[in-house]
Write a new protein. Structure first.
Length: 445
């Protein structure tokens, strides 16, 4: 999911309609998934609508260079935040006993503190790091990076603690409060003329405030986390070592490949082009993430539970993939013809290019919409090694596409090659996920 991305990264009502079509014999599962998905979708819809509605104002307050700097900062912070927990947050929902789950949370917390410290120690080298990207303005805001990494990692751990206990309302509270605070801070800083770093400071204030609100309103459910058990933590670290050993490299490669566009395009074409690229990513993937993140979180917990009980899961995924393909395919066909004019009207003159870039993303977006909600299957079935292979193929294919465009000094060619290479590898990954489900089902007969 990555820079599912943080894609906002909508068809929400359509996707919700999938669940009532499931077998009547699965009423308990159906109502459970619909109820929990509805909670997350409602919060996601509100949070993302707020985030999207503020952009017409922000694009009139901030320059494309400002958005380019934000894209570079967030892409660096996203990769470091991923490393900061070593993927142990995903193991929190898996153990049956609470003690091991708490140990997994603490293991992730220890790693988070260590990574935050290391990033802090890199601050003196900010000018040299900024020079690599030919973005000197990055140096003056690099100090904020360890703060961003810490709060991103902390929320990742809290998120899956709430998910384990089916407290999806808490997750929704975070999503809404983060979006409202972020939107308000960006607009406020921009209106006050603080544009050089207003977007970056807002990107830190939003999760900081949202986590504070979340923790203060859920102290009781966090009480088990106050007790540190060294043996339980060591046990969790050993039991779920596949996450840092295989899932983390896979996710890291995926995150790097997702941010590769920003990293390679910045020194080649400048912050202005990257600002347009980053805006296209935001507008394209926020709608996708509203659906995918909500369904992913609920299905991950429920699929893990059903696999533990040796129950069938094939009909769930068949309905999801079929209906999603039909709905998304039709929606994208209609969008293709209106995107440039829509973006120009929405974001103001000079931003029509964003719509052209989103057009180039459509093949990639289509297959991402199918795969993102079910990518937890590699973890559920312990196939992180093969998942890592797919991520390596993805980053290699994307790098080749971007470098082709850079070599030709053609920005649009680089973006199109990036999109098509992504779509090809993700399509192959989808075939693999379907094969995992079929193999599991064969063990039930």
């Amino acid at each position: 999911m990555h820079f599912l991305p943080k894609i906002g990264m909508k068809c929400e009502k359509k996707v919700l309609s999938l669940h009532p079509l499931m077998r009547k014999s699965d009423n308990i599962f159906r109502s459970d998934v619909v109820r929990n998905t509805t909670k997350l979708l409602s919060a996601n819809v509100l949070a993302q609508v707020v985030g999207l509605l503020i952009y017409p104002l922000l694009t009139r307050l901030y320059s494309q260079d400002d958005f380019g700097l934000l894209s570079l900062f967030v892409s660096m912070g996203g990769v470091l935040a991923l490393v900061s927990t070593a993927e142990y947050q995903y193991s929190i929902v898996l153990p049956k006993d609470e003690k091991t789950a708490v140990g997994a949370w603490h293991m992730g917390g220890i790693i988070l503190c260590c990574v935050t410290l290391l990033v802090t120690l890199s601050i003196p080298f900010a000018p040299q790091i900024a020079a690599l990207f030919k973005a000197p303005t990055l140096a003056q805001w690099y100090w904020a990076l360890p703060i961003y990494v810490f709060f991103m990692g902390l929320w990742a751990l809290l998120n899956y603690w709430y998910s384990r206990h089916k407290q999806f309302g808490k997750i929704g509270t975070y999503q809404v409060s983060q979006s409202l605070v972020g939107a308000g801070a960006k607009a406020g800083f921009g209106a006050a003329g603080f544009t050089s770093g207003g977007l970056i400071v807002s990107a830190i204030l939003a999760p900081l405030t949202a986590i504070g609100i979340n923790v203060l309103t859920s102290l009781k459910s966090l009480i088990p986390l106050r007790t540190f058990d060294k043996k339980a933590t060591q046990h969790a670290a050993r039991t779920y070592r596949n996450f840092p050993c295989f899932s983390l490299p896979r996710a890291l490669v995926n995150n790097v490949s997702g941010n590769l566009g920003v990293w390679l395009l910045t020194p080649a074409f400048g912050l202005t082009s990257v600002g347009l690229f980053g805006m296209a990513i935001t507008l394209a993937f926020r709608p996708l993430n509203v659906i995918c993140n909500s369904i992913y979180q609920v299905l991950y917990q429920r699929t893990s539970e059903r696999v533990q009980q040796h129950e069938s899961i094939k009909h769930i995924f068949r309905q999801l993939l079929t209906k999603t393909a039909l709905i998304v395919g039709a929606a994208f066909l209609a969008l293709y013809f209106i995107l440039p004019n829509l973006c120009g009207w929405l974001l103001s003159d000079g931003w029509e290019e964003t719509g052209e870039l989103i057009r180039l993303f459509l093949p990639w977006l289509f297959f991402s919409m199918l795969v993102a909600p079910i990518c937890f299957l590699a973890d559920v079935f312990g196939k992180q090694k093969i998942g890592l292979v797919f991520e390596i193929l993805l980053v290699a294919a994307r790098a080749a596409g971007l470098l082709l465009g850079i070599w030709k000094q053609d920005f649009h060619m680089a973006v199109l090659a990036y999109s098509l290479s992504s779509a090809l590898v993700i399509c192959a990954q989808l075939v693999w996920y379907i094969s995992l489900i079929r193999r599991y089902e064969s063990t039930l007969s």
